[in-house]
Design a protein around this ligand. Sequence first.
Ligand SMILES: Cc1ncc(CN)c(N)n1
Length: 231
Amino acid sequence: MQAKETIEEVEKINIIDTWLKKHRLIYVGATRHPFILSIRDGTVNLSSFKTWLGQDYIFVRAFVSFVASVLIKAWKESDDSGGDMEVLLGAMAALNDEIQWFKNEASKWGVQLSDIIPQKANKDYCRFLESLMSSEVKYTVAITAFWAIEAVYQQSFAHCLEDGTNTPSDLQATCLRWGNDGFGQYCHSLKQIVNRRLAKASDDEIKKAEVALLDVLEHEVEFWNMSCGGA
Ligand SMILES: Cc1ncc(CN)c(N)n1
């Protein structure tokens, strides 16, 4: 009995890692997608890359509003003992740079951002973000989704920068954008916030946060599929 309680306590401290083990298949599907693997081995189709670039620019604009809503929830619901506001403000500032980065990359690759029409997977993902912006959705659930969205990109693009990969030199900057150590550290800070919130959350919130994580992973897979010319 004593031993079982100890395991449960340990799992409560790091619920995220427990979930990532439990949902390993879909997590690997999102972070080791064929599109990412094609960047990593240098066989990436440049028209797929340009599709991803244009569609992601639209996504990031919706993502900014979502992050603003998470910031508002943090202000209303968090005791901020873990410096949540600072981390979220840093995220907003990074997204400002990210939007500028997309504009520069688009002009480099000849992608006309004003002509981009959002595809179904992108519209579905943006609608999901909007659903999380509702005041009915708790901070713990929204920040779990937020961490997952950032972590998928960090894990995916860092994979393309490992030793022995064949990532094309003109895509290195893209991989570094999300695969750099600073972004990894930022994702780690978000994960700590999420684990701290989940350790204190009600069973209902924990259940909703786990569903939000799974929803994010499914949307990320669909987003990569769309970039490869799927849905
Ligand atoms: C689809 C998607 N997911 C995540 C990220 C990282 N902010 C992004 N730019 N686009």
